[in-house]
Design a protein around this ligand. Structure first.
Ligand SMILES: NC(=O)C1=CN([C@@H]2O[C@H](COP(=O)(O)OP(=O)(O)OC[C@H]3O[C@@H](n4cnc5c(N)ncnc54)[C@H](OP(=O)(O)O)[C@@H]3O)[C@@H](O)[C@H]2O)C=CC1
Ligand SMILES: O=C([O-])CC(=O)C(=O)O
Length: 252
C-alpha cells in the first residue's frame, strides 16, 4: 500500500486523515506541532516537529496541504529525499522560475508531482489547451466575505487581472486559478468577488477555443473548519490518492 506523509495538519489534512482510501498515513508535520500530534493520535501516524526528520522517515509520497509558502519552501527538499509530491497549494507554481526548477529536479530524480483538480471541475479536458488553441479562459470566483477573512455589506469586486498576480494577494483563495493555468498552458483571467449573499464558494469558468465553448459553474460547500477552502478540494485529493495505485487512469 502507498505510504504517505502529510505536510499540513489543518482542515484538509484532517479530512484526509478521517476519510483516506487505499493509502496509509505514516508521518505528519505541521508548523503547529500540537496539530500534528493530535492528528497522530487520530490516525496512529508519527508526528514530527522537525521537517528534516519528517522527510527522512520511510514513506512514498508527501501530501502538501499547508500553504503556498510551505510548498515553495519544501518542494525541492521533498524530491531530494526520494519522495513524490502532491501539491494542494498549487499557487506555488505561479512562479515560472520555481515551477521549472522543481520540474527539472523531479525529472532528474525520477520523481512525480501531482496536482489535484481541487475545488473545481473540468481540469481534465482543459489540458487540450496544451495542443489546441484556447482563445478565452476566465475564472470568476465569488465567496462570502467570511471565506475571504474580511467584511462587506454588498457584492464587491476585489481583484480583476491575471492569475499569477491574484494568487500573490489571495494565496488562500485562488489556487484553482493557477491549476487552470497549468492545465491549459496559458494565462487565466481572474475576477474575485466578495458577496455577503452567497453561502457557497462559487467558481465560474468560461472557456473558448478551437473545440468550441464551455461554461462550468461549481457551487461549493465551504469546509466547516475553514470556509476559505471548499469541501470538494479535500474530496479531490482523497480521490487522487486512491487512484494513484489503480491500473486504469480515467480522464485526460
Ligand atoms: N488547489 C485547490 O483547489 C485548493 C487549495 N487549497 C489550499 O490548500 C492548502 C490547505 O488548505 P486547508 O487545509 O484548508 O488550510 P488550513 O489553514 O486549514 O491548514 C493548513 C495547515 O498547514 C499549516 N501550515 C501553513 N504553513 C506551513 C508551513 N510553512 N509549514 C508547516 N505547516 C504549515 C497551517 O498552520 P497555520 O494555521 O499556523 O498557518 C495549518 O495547520 C492551503 O494552501 C489552501 O489555500 C485550498 C482549497 C482549494
Ligand atoms: O476552495 C476553494 O473554493 C478554492 C480555494 O480556496 C483556492 O483555490 O485556493
Amino acid at each position: 500500500m502507498l505510504t504517505i506523509g502529510l505536510l499540513g495538519c489543518g482542515n484538509i489534512g484532517n479530512i484526509i486523515a478521517k476519510n483516506h482510501v487505499g493509502v496509509e498515513i505514516v508521518a505528519l508535520f505541521d508548523q503547529m506541532p500540537e496539530r500534528a500530534e493530535e492528528m497522530g493520535r487520530l490516525c496512529h501516524a508519527k508526528a514530527f516537529g522537525d521537517i528534516e526528520e519528517f522527510l527522512s522517515e520511510d514513506f512514498d509520497l508527501v501530501v502538501e496541504a499547508a500553504s503556498v509558502s510551505a510548498a515553495q519552501e519544501y518542494a525541492l527538499s521533498v524530491l531530494e529525499h526520494g519522495k513524490d509530491l502532491v501539491v494542494m497549494s498549487v499557487g506555488a507554481f505561479a512562479d515560472e522560475y520555481f515551477r521549472e526548477e522543481v520540474t527539472r529536479r523531479a525529472a532528474a530524480l525520477g520523481r512525480r508531482i501531482h496536482i489535484p483538480s481541487g475545488a473545481i471541475f473540468g481540469l481534465d479536458n482543459l489540458k487540450i489547451g496544451q495542443i489546441s488553441g484556447i482563445t478565452k479562459l476566465l475564472l470568476r470566483t465569488t465567496k462570502n466575505p467570511r471565506s475571504l477573512n474580511m467584511e462587506c455589506t454588498e457584492r464587491m469586486l476585489l481583484f480583476s487581472g491575471q492569475a499569477n498576480e491574484c494568487i500573490k494577494h489571495y494565496p488562500k483563495n485562488t489556487n484553482v486559478s493557477v491549476a487552470l493555468e497549468l492545465a491549459a498552458g496559458r494565462a487565466v483571467e481572474v475576477e474575485l468577488w466578495a458577496d455577503p449573499d452567497v453561502d457557497r464558494n462559487v467558481h465560474e469558468i468560461f472557456i473558448e477555443g478551437d473545440f468550441g465553448e464551455a461554461t462550468i459553474t461549481v457551487r461549493n460547500r465551504p469546509s466547516p473548519d475553514n470556509p476559505s477552502t471548499s469541501y470538494l478540494a479535500a474530496l479531490s485529493i482523497i480521490t487522487l490518492l486512491k487512484n494513484l495505485s489503480e491500473p486504469m487512469r480515467i480522464g485526460t
